[in-house]
Design a protein around this ligand. Structure first.
Ligand code: ADP
Length: 559
């Protein structure tokens, strides 16, 4: 800033100096310019006779005579100079014009030199400054794009032993770990493992954590990118970013790419398409198709909304392995709490805590332990007591995180609702991975051709919870809202899209009829199988989750 002001003053001073010198020169030129009029000998005689001559001078072959008003000149050969000089004394070569011309030229020369030295120097300095700053801008930019912005892997120091619970997920991922450790063992016998694994589960269940553990187990670089940041931060560059990500991962192979929140890129392409996201998604598909499964780059993506993903992402050769990560069950919660509490002095009953924290994710459990430790500290204690947990649990439950923490009565209602669902799904053979007190995970198998009875069975499963609570409590509960919504969507789809109603042309009333029919049927089914439903309900109250095989076992017991 200071420097700019200084430059400005220098420039103004110089301009003033230049203007002054030029004005003086013009002034001198005006004064000493040869503005004399040429006269004849006769006219000179008249001036002599009238004695009008005040001064006379010989210069440049002329005789100059000055009267009080004018200057005249006459070639000296035309005049008898000695005679003239005897009358008027001559001044010789008082050559002001000449002197001033020389002086003028000199000044101009000096000015030009000053200008060149001064301005040119400044200009160059400025150029250098500009160039330097441009360089520094571009270098900082290139620094940013080439260095800070460069996709860099991290070396994960987390391994499977740092992941509490999640047994099934670990087992599924172990095979991939083995493949990354020793790809040739598999490729030799022509076994190709999936390029992409999709981890589906609620926020905070440990999707990122376990992906890091995979990289840590193998000891390979871990490339983390979030889908949302790819399309939001790098506007217009999403596709390029994806390309760079895969390129770096390939260079560093074997390696693990982890794309968090892949739904931000991979939402199903609807009519309201977003060009940017679509270009990014296409690039991702191209990259995934473009590398061999032997190339030892494993792509792990995470989402909590599999249902909104573009189908193209789920096709073979892309994210064809899907792993659901449920909320931790009681055993998992015990392990997770043990892990978080292992370096803390406490008197917590972990078993009891695990029961109190139904519906907590790993992240929520971590917050709980932290908050309890803070609570103890505020109280001036170094040890955490059960009372600390009890004091903070309410805050965590009612906090922003939507965590399910059920009272005993709520657990009962939830168990009645979910047991009805598990029973009907098992009976009508709708595959599910697990039905728990707080979540339902259906299997992914989706056949391309579905019959009317397939849809009808699915609708019965969606309505089973409602039928179950109606039978036991003569009530409907808000927990049914999601399932009812899905049942309605399905009913409309059946009638309007697939013309599975009585008439070919859709009639909205038929959707309602079909739902009422399904509800009646499912109620009848539950009434017949009440004892099994009760067993499943009890199983859920103890274990929180039930798998289809386990439900089948309970069903077999009574037949
Ligand atoms: P997500 O990616 O599913 O949203 P994160 O992997 O980010 O969840 O996990 C949230 C927090 O919980 C992290 O601090 C992580 O270290 C911790 N965490 C998650 N799962 C586990 C686990 N199984 N064992 C130990 N810590 C876990």
């Amino acid at each position: 800033m200071k420097k700019t002001v200084q430059n400005f003053t220098d420039k103004r001073l110089l301009t003033v100096a230049v203007v002054t010198v030029i004005t003086i020169l013009l002034f001198l030129f005006a004064i000493f310019r040869d503005n004399s009029r040429t006269i004849t000998t006769k006219q000179l005689d008249i001036l002599v006779k009238k004695d009008l001559i005040r001064e006379s001078m010989l210069k440049d072959g002329y005789l100059y005579v000055k009267t009080s008003k004018h200057i005249y000149k006459i070639p000296k050969q035309a005049v008898d100079i000695p005679r003239f000089a005897s009358i008027y004394p001559l001044e010789y070569s008082k050559n002001y014009i000449y002197i001033f011309s020389i002086l003028g030229i000199f000044s101009i020369l000096i000015l030009v030199i000053i200008y060149f030295i001064f301005f040119h120097k400044k200009h160059n300095e400025e150029l250098i400054v500009l160039k330097n700053s441009a360089n520094s801008i571009s270098s900082s930019k290139s620094h940013e794009t080439k260095e800070d912005n460069k996709i860099k892997p991290i070396i994960s120091d987390i391994t499977f032993k740092d992941v509490a619970g999640m047994k099934d997920t670990k087992v599924e991922l172990q095979e991939l770990v083995d493949f990354l450790k020793n790809p040739s063992k598999y490729t030799k016998i022509d076994i190709r493992l999936p390029k992409g694994v999709l981890l589906a589960g609620a926020p905070g269940v440990g999707k990122t954590h376990i992906a890091k553990a995979v990289a840590g187990e193998v000891g390979v670089p871990f490339f983390y990118q979030s889908g949302a940041s790819i399309v939001e931060i790098y506007v217009g560059m999403g596709a390029k970013r994806v390309h760079e990500l895969f390129e770096e991962a390939r260079k560093n192979a074997p390696s693990v790419i982890f794309i968090d929140e892949i739904d931000a890129i991979g939402k199903a392409r609807g009519s309201m398409g977003n060009d940017e996201r679509e270009a990014t998604l296409n690039q991702l598909l191209t990259e995934m198709d473009g590398f061999d499964s032997d190339s030892a780059v494993l792509v792990i993506a995470a989402t909590n909304r599999v249902e909104i993903l573009d189908e193209a992402l789920l096709r073979p050769g892309r994210f064809d392995r899907r792993i659901h990560i449920p909320l931790p069950d009681r055993e998992d919660r015990k392990e997770i709490l043990q892990l978080y509490l292992q370096n803390k002095r406490h008197h917590a009953d972990i078993e009891k805590l695990a029961i109190m924290t139904v519906g907590f994710s790993s992240a929520a459990l971590s917050t709980l332990v932290n908050e309890a430790a803070l609570h103890a500290m505020r109280d001036g204690r170094k040890e955490i007591f059960m009372t600390d947990f009890v004091s903070v649990i309410e805050n965590i439950v009612s906090g922003k995180r939507k965590i399910l923490n059920l009272s005993d009565e709520e657990r009962q209602i939830q168990a009645v609702y979910q047991s009805g669902k598990a029973l009907v799904a098992t009976w009508v053979d709708i595959p599910y991975e697990m039905i728990g007190l707080s979540n339902t995970i259906f299997s992914d198998e989706e056949r391309s051709i579905q019959s009317k009875s397939d849809y009808f069975n699915m609708m019965m499963v969606y309505l089973a919870g409602t039928a179950s609570t109606e039978a036991i409590y003569s009530q409907r509960y808000s927990i049914a809202s999601e399932d009812l919504k899905k049942a309605k969507e399905l009913a409309f789809k059946m009638i309007e899209e697939y013309s599975m109603g009585e008439s070919i042309f859709p009639d909205k009333k038929e959707a309602e009829d079909i739902m009422i029919k399904a509800l009646e049927e499912v109620s009848a089914m539950l009434a017949k199988l009440e004892s099994v439903r009760k067993n499943i309900s009890n199983y859920l109250l103890v274990n929180e989750n039930i798998r289809q095989e386990e439900a089948r076992e309970l069903l077999r017991e009574i037949f």
